[in-house]
Design a protein around this ligand. Structure first.
Ligand code: ATP
Length: 354
């Protein structure tokens, strides 16, 4: 079997190469350049150090290694989507779009299709049931990354391999140390790759500018201060509001009037909700409910967290409606609701929160 291994220079994908060799495969390693280089050197990912590490790993295990670029594709899909979403007052998820459109989309169209499988260092697994492949959760519940994979489709999941999905992060680190991999001590990457070292607010300001607006207390209508544009703020956000006497949380945004509504205190009821409506829901493997209008018991996540929340899902027209068993914090339109079976084992699919 011919395997393309996506290797980033981080500890997880380095150990993927070790595991594949251990299983007797001879993978070809691919480093994808997606950080954007630009004339001002404004946006860049720390690619050089990553590439050095991947070259070392390739040499150590005697693997072919290719550096490929999907910078334009990344710009035209993921970055554009991110900016458009933020402009509409939504909370985007670039990491999910990067998996769907770049790592398993454009990469596959250009290079991956020459291989039988694509292997990554995601903490996830696949499960075969009655001849179908399902995306399933990782052994390490805290590191589980299926949330970020919730938008992929059947063709993609059936071509994927997650060689470290059955290991705990501590076991991955132990292998990296034992193998003396240069990535053994590297910190986990945080968040959105294309931002590299630059700050998210700087990135947003560059594309959407600034526009002063009011910060208003939701309950009283009192004006508490000013902000520089609703696009800098996310539902559920606490830090960076510049208000005293908090904690204050962003509860609502009026994008037409450029007003941010906040509420005070950790226990403010406005921070929580128990109804989540999902638009454009897509099943990864198959639609297991069809047109049945009955409620089904599920587990779900509305962001990448270790906890799954229990709830009931039903289909109302084109919308999948989740009634959560307990209040959840910071339900942000634009983010994805990812749905799992009751046992938190299979990842069924996802839709965008409206
Ligand atoms: N620039 C890249 N080129 C090739 N593959 C990548 C790249 N960035 C990420 N990947 C792949 O996607 C997986 C998940 O990426 P993520 O950004 O979550 O990294 P991570 O969890 O820190 O893992 P790692 O330790 O391997 O960097 C990686 O393990 C790797 O297989």
């Amino acid at each position: 079997m011919e395997i393309a291994a996506l290797v980033s220079g981080g500890v997880d994908s380095s150990v993927v190469v070790y595991r594949l060799k251990e299983m007797g495969y001879d993978p070809t390693l691919f480093y994808i350049k997606i950080g954007m280089e630009d004339k001002n050197g404004y946006i860049d990912c720390p690619a050089e150090e990553d590439i050095e590490i991947v070259s070392y790993i390739a040499k150590k295990y005697g693997c072919r290694f290719e550096i490929v670029s999907l910078q334009d594709e990344y710009w035209n899909s993921v970055v554009r989507y991110t900016i458009e979403s933020v402009k509409r007052g939504l909370t985007p998820n670039p990491d999910m779009m990067c998996n769907k459109l770049i790592k398993f989309g454009c990469f596959d169209e250009k290079w991956g299709h020459h291989f039988d499988k694509i292997a990554t260092g995601h903490y996830a697994t696949t499960t075969e049931i009655d001849g179908l492949t399902w995306l399933s959760t990782a052994k390490d519940r805290v590191k589980d990354q299926t949330y970020f994979l919730g938008q992929i489709n059947y063709l993609q999941v059936s071509r994927l391999m997650f060689p470290i999905g059955n290991l705990l992060k501590s076991e991955v680190r132990a292998i990296a140390a034992q193998e003396k991999l240069p990535s053994a001590q590297r910190k986990d990457s945080q968040g959105i790759c294309f931002l590299g070292k630059i700050n998210y607010n700087e990135f947003i300001e560059r594309y959407l500018g600034k526009k002063e607006g009011l910060i208003v207390e939701l309950e009283t209508g009192n004006i508490l201060g000013k902000h520089q544009g609703y696009w800098f703020h996310t539902i559920g956000q606490r830090k960076g509001l510049g208000l005293s006497g908090g904690p204050w949380f962003v509860i609502k945004k009026d994008t037409n009037r450029n007003i941010i509504y906040v509420s005070k205190g950790y226990n403010t009821q406005y921070q929580y909700g128990d109804v989540i409506d999902l638009q454009g829901f897509s099943f990864i493997t198959k639609d297991i409910w069809g047109d049945s209008e009955d409620e089904k018991e599920i587990m779900f996540k509305i962001r990448h967290t270790p906890e799954f929340t229990p709830g009931k899902i039903s289909k109302i027209g084109d919308i999948y409606h989740i009634q959560s068993e307990k209040p959840v914090q910071g339900i942000a339109a634009g983010q994805f609701g990812v749905v799992y079976d009751k046992e938190c084992r299979l990842c069924l699919g996802s839709g965008m929160i409206i």
